[in-house]
Design a binder for this molecule. Structure first.
Ligand SMILES: [Fe+2]
Ligand SMILES: [Fe+2]
Length: 475
């Protein structure tokens, strides 16, 4: 059951051929997906043979097979984790009941909304990253970009399968709409803010895959707990793909930092102008990029108090991160949680019913996880003997969503006036000038084993291949 059938037009492990109507509907969507990929997928990449991993089975051991493929020929398909026998809903009002194999009528609208919102982020990131191949710092990095891109395409397939299989005509219409919206489009943008921002350079890309793909990890983890079993099984498998995306981000930023440290030590300087003149990215710029991506990403968790979040949880649609490992009653009716609000010009904590604060619960879990990687980046700086440290800004900094969106807060967590914000903003968030500088470093380096000056090579290649392996044949 867990092995994947590749002999069909749409690879799958869900016995697609036994449901002709569904198979036909998805086969009609398939060319639309491919033309979307052709229009807004990685630019100029159609003929490249890329060393990509493809899932051959959803077992942890048999996950991946590597080989050179042209991306339009990548076998996008439908892969669900194996069903757990007699699985029960393990949180909310339906706790203890059998997990749903079909969509319960009363939760249909909410479930569809959850799936569409998740699904929309997947093609969005491909669109955001489509020009990056033109300025790749190495062949190794270019491969990683493409791997992330094809897997985000597969994540779209994962959500589209659920829409087609369980939501009838509405689902098919939503699946079309997922190919119609465009990241950053004035008239028909993607649903969530961070997915309409630009990812114009590779420092943005690494920050995005570190911070924003990690939002994906937490959203998918919460959905992997769902009482709607097909959603749980789909998202569990997506999580195994997501891990690589976050690796690309964490190691990417780490290599940028390492290279900056090398140059600072060679030149014995901490002067940003000299560091920049040597063609590497100064820590001020790295910190301002970090502040931007972090703050935009934590907005994705939604308003700090949300009756939707409560309803999604109580009705068993969306759990908490690692719900199964928690030891409370999994109903949370009597629990409270602390959220921030502004009172008399200061940030203060207030207690809200935990059910209403579940977006904040997930955001806080995310924040802990993000900080761990930033600590690992700081180890690289520490090892190089440089006294700088990167920090994660306060969670009220630069927020556009929720009760903190109406206030100006410094990265340290001080409420500031609009005038002070305007005066300091350029020290806190990447400026057009920072972005222009980073853009000036971007240039295509794609000979095997060669790396752009601003980034260190990785310690290891992909799939135990050497770093100078021919990951891409350009033809
Ligand atoms: Fe994804
Ligand atoms: Fe991802």
């Amino acid at each position: 059951m867990s092995s994947i059938n590749y002999s069909e037009k749409i690879p799958n492990n869900v016995n697609l051929s036994e449901d002709r109507t569904l198979q036909r509907a998805l086969e009609q969507w398939q060319p639309n997906f491919l033309s979307w990929w052709g229009d807004v997928g990685p630019e100029g990449s159609t003929n490249y043979d890329v060393y990509l991993r493809t899932a051959i089975s959803v077992d942890p051991q048999g996950w991946a097979q590597f080989g050179h493929v042209k991306m339009p020929d990548y076998r996008w398909g439908i892969f669900l984790n194996p069903a757990e026998k007699d699985r029960k809903i393990h949180f909310g009002d339906h706790m203890g009941e059998a997990a749903w194999q079909d969509v319960p009528g009363e939760h249909r609208a909410n479930l569809r909304r959850i799936i569409v919102t998740q699904g929309d982020t997947e093609p969005a990131s491909v669109e955001q990253q489509r020009h990056l191949g033109l300025t790749a710092p190495s062949m190794y990095d270019l491969r990683n970009l493409f791997q992330v891109n094809v897997e985000e395409g597969r994540h779209l397939w994962a959500m589209v399968y659920l829409l087609h299989r369980y939501f009838g005509r509405d689902g098919r219409e939503e699946a079309e709409a997922l190919l119609d919206r465009r990241s950053g489009d004035q008239d028909n943008p993607r649903i969530l803010g961070a997915f309409n921002e630009r990812t114009p350079d590779w420092l943005s890309f690494f920050m995005f895959t570190y911070f924003t793909d990690r939002d994906g990890k937490f959203q998918l983890s919460a959905l992997a707990e769902s009482g709607f079993d097909p959603l749980a099984r789909t998202t569990k498998f997506m999580l195994t793909e997501e891990a690589h995306h976050m690796f690309v981000g964490e190691s990417g930023v780490s290599r940028v930092i390492q290279r900056t440290c090398e140059v600072m030590n060679q030149l014995k300087t901490d002067d940003p102008a000299r560091i920049r003149a040597a063609g590497v990215i100064d820590f001020g710029t790295i910190q301002r990029y970090l502040n931007f991506h972090y703050s935009v990403t934590i907005d994705l968790f939604g308003a700090d108090e949300s009756s939707n979040a409560a309803a999604f949880y109580s009705s068993g649609l969306k759990g908490r991160y690692e719900e199964g490992k928690r030891t409370d009653d999994h109903k949370l009716r009597n629990e409270s949680y602390k959220v921030l609000e502004v009172r008399d010009g200061k940030l203060v904590e207030k207690d809200v019913p935990m059910l209403n604060g579940l977006n904040e619960v997930l955001r806080d879990d995310y924040i802990k996880d993000s900080m761990a990687g930033v600590a690992r980046w700081n180890k690289v700086i520490e090892k190089a003997g440089i006294p700088v440290r990167l920090t994660v800004p306060h969670k009220a900094f630069n927020r556009q969503i929720g009760s903190l969106s109406g206030v100006r807060v410094s990265p340290e967590g001080q409420v500031v006036s609009q005038a002070e914000w305007d005066a300091k903003k350029d020290q806190w968030l990447a400026t057009p000038e920072d972005r222009a500088f980073v853009a000036s470093l971007m240039g295509r380096v794609v000979e095997p084993g060669k790396f752009a000056n601003w980034i260190a090579p990785p310690v290891m290649g992909i799939n135990r291949q050497p770093v100078d392996f021919e990951y891409i044949r350009f033809n």
